[in-house]
Design a protein around this ligand. Structure first.
Ligand code: ZN
Ligand code: ZN
Length: 336
């Protein structure tokens, strides 16, 4: 008998917990694939969606944009993916291909982009559909829940890291969670010195950073013993921007890796003078994904995850909010 319904955790309004619902399994459009989900990571961006800080989600919405799954059927125009392929589905779910940003190879800024788990249904479910050209075909080594955080924490971390001058050695990371714990492994493999900043007094995250080879660890108010050539801010706290600038060497860069940040306090121009730079990183391009998974063939990255059942999504989200997840939280779907 063909199964026609699935379980999903559905976002039904800002501030409300997600509801466990029985919903129809979506049918793939001509350019889409239907994916049986193995696992979906929980990203900080999901919290911003649930809190109403990202203003225009589809409604009702199935969140989640760190999806690993197996393709079970394909639309009639799909050529790049076959049934039974293992795929990853990231945040960037669709672009128009015709706007000025798309034409300038900046599809991450596409005017008509659609985003997985925000303006398209995502992965807090047993199945999802996705536009095939935005899925990454993955090798069998990623056939496990531990790989899910690579699809956003890994990828956005990688895009942020790539914004930095490749000659920079001293790199600060503010917020040592899902993204930083993946990125530090790449940075260490490339002989960078990583300075990890956590919430003040968060000794658990500090020892985690130390285990992963951080050159120095401290609280976000601490001053590191050496100047930083770049700092990536993953925590959504605007007050970290002037703090990071203060620790930055001449010509250094502060990269804001998150989609949302609280207000940045005013600061003296002295902190920016001498060609220091502040920039944000928005979304990703498909090329970032290809480069990232290509790099992972030569660098062995281990993700630290805490696994939850789909129905435990609210509990997992609450733990992430409190900073109680070591590494990344991942929802694992029933495989029967
Ligand atoms: Zn476009
Ligand atoms: Zn994300």
């Amino acid at each position: 008998m063909k199964i026609s319904a699935m379980q999903a955790m559905v976002f039904e309004g800002a501030g409300k917990p997600l509801g466990l619902r029985q919903v129809p399994i979506p049918a793939p459009g001509d350019d889409q694939v239907l994916i049986k989900i193995i696992a979906c990571g929980i990203c900080r961006t999901d919290l911003h969606v649930l809190d109403g800080e990202l203003a225009s989600p589809k409604f009702p919405l199935i969140p989640g944009h760190e999806i690993i799954g197996t393709v079970v059927s394909i639309g009639k125009n799909v050529r790049n993916i076959k049934e039974n392929d293992l795929v990853g589905v990231p945040w960037l779910g669709y672009t128009c291909g015709t706007c000025k940003y798309c034409r300038q190879d900046k599809e991450n800024l596409c005017e008509n982009a659609k985003f997985t788990g925000y303006t398209l249904d995502g992965g807090y479910a047993q199945y999802t559909v996705a536009f095939s050209k935005y899925c990454f075909k993955l090798s069998g080594q990623y056939h496990n829940p531990e790989s899910a955080p690579l699809l956003c924490a890994g990828l956005i971390g990688f895009r942020s890291y790539h914004m930095i001058d490749p000659k920079a050695v001293n790199i600060g990371m503010y917020g040592f969670g899902a993204a930083a714990h993946i990125l530090i492994q790449i940075a260490r493999a490339q002989n960078k010195k990583v300075f990890a900043f956590t919430r003040d007094g968060d000794s658990k995250s500090q020892s985690f950073a130390r285990e992963l080879g951080a050159h120095w660890v401290g609280g976000s108010s601490d001053v590191p013993p050496e100047k930083l050539e770049a700092a990536i801010i993953f925590a959504p706290a605007g007050e970290l921007v002037p703090k990071a600038l203060k620790n930055l060497d001449k010509g250094g860069e502060v990269i804001c890796g998150g989609i949302h940040m609280s207000q940045i306090p005013a600061f003296s121009y002295d902190l920016l003078w001498e060609e220091r730079v502040i920039r944000s990183v928005a979304n990703l391009t498909r090329k970032d994904g290809l480069n990232f998974f290509d790099l992972l063939t030569s660098i062995n990255v281990h993700t630290q995850t805490e696994l939850f059942r789909l129905s435990q999504a609210n509990e997992a989200i609450a733990k992430l909010r409190k900073g109680e997840i070591k590494g990344a939280a991942v929802l694992v779907m029933d495989q029967d």
